[in-house]
Write a protein that binds this ligand. Structure first.
Ligand code: ADP
Ligand code: MG
Length: 255
């Protein structure tokens, strides 16, 4: 049997009839109005092309899209061994880079429930709590903010105490499945907590197709990475490790 790889456009037209029906819902999402100064200060470089660092995320985006298409995957968790490695920084830069790919629809959800940072990093107020949403008490249109017509960001206004319990509840699974059916995204990025701090990531992994591990140079140890990679690869597909916060980057390709 011949396996022909299909493009996102072909996939959206032929295999996902719900996509047209989801346009109305996307149209209802309030626009994301970020603060350009906050975005720049937080090194979000993929909303404009001014900073050449955006190419790193564009390459990451393209590799990610290829892997997702090849495997028919949609959902990606982004985690790290410990706090502060740059998960939210990577998640947001990747999300805006994906948004520049106009035929690709992306949803980003802040699931670092104990320490939500997505709204702060963008300089916006989160409209509501992700806890309510995951409990089935909030509408999609009340939660997600829209950038252009192909990126929806679900930020969180309030930390959650019983986060692991919430992340593995049946209601959460149902709400996220319904979100995917109704919004028809090509990519769903979950900005997760660090793995070695609590059991949130372990609790949530059954809900994702694959995971990106973010390590921080001069912070993450080989021992930590070993533990994380081992635990992740037993439970899901590890797309790769992103080495973040490298101070010395070679400029040899000079584009
Ligand atoms: N590549 C980088 N270069 C410089 N600062 C960075 C880089 N990545 C992240 N940071 C900064 O490090 C801090 C932690 O990043 P953040 O994405 O919030 O980490 P996490 O989500 O893993 O806790 C933030 O202040 C962020 O702006
Ligand atoms: Mg974070």
């Amino acid at each position: 049997m011949e396996h022909r790889k299909v493009s996102l456009q072909e996939r959206s037209a032929s295999e996902r009839p719900g996509r047209a029906g989801s346009e109305a819902l996307w149209g209802k999402l309030a626009p994301l109005r970020t603060d350009p100064r906050v975005i720049t200060a937080n090194r979000i470089v993929t909303t404009s092309r001014l900073n050449p660092a955006h190419t790193v995320f564009d390459m990451m985006r393209t590799k990610l899209l290829q892997q997702l298409q090849q495997n028919n995957w949609t959902t990606v968790a982004i985690t790290s061994p410990t706090p502060g490695c740059g998960k939210t920084f990577v998640a947001l830069n990747l999300a805006f880079s994906l948004a520049n790919q106009r035929e690709c629809r992306t949803v980003l959800v802040d699931l670092d429930l104990k320490r939500p940072q997505v709204a702060k990093m963008l300089g916006v107020g989160a409209p509501t709590t992700i806890e309510n949403f995951l409990k089935g008490e909030g509408e999609i249109a009340d939660v997600f903010l829209r950038h252009n017509d192909n990126l929806a960001i679900g930020a969180n206004s309030q930390a959650v105490s019983f986060s692991a319990e919430l992340l593995q509840s049946r209601e959460t699974v149902k709400v996220l499945q319904e979100m995917r059916q109704r919004m028809c995204p090509d990519v769903v990025l979950f900005d997760m907590p660090p793995m070695l701090s609590n059991d949130d990531v372990m609790a949530f992994l059954p809900n994702v197709d694959c995971v990106i591990l973010v390590a921080a140079a001069e912070q993450s140890t080989l021992g930590e990475l070993d533990i994380c990679e081992h635990e992740l690869s037993e439970r899901t597909n590890v797309l790769g490790v992103v080495l973040n916060k490298c101070r010395f980057a070679p400029e040899k390709y000079g584009y």
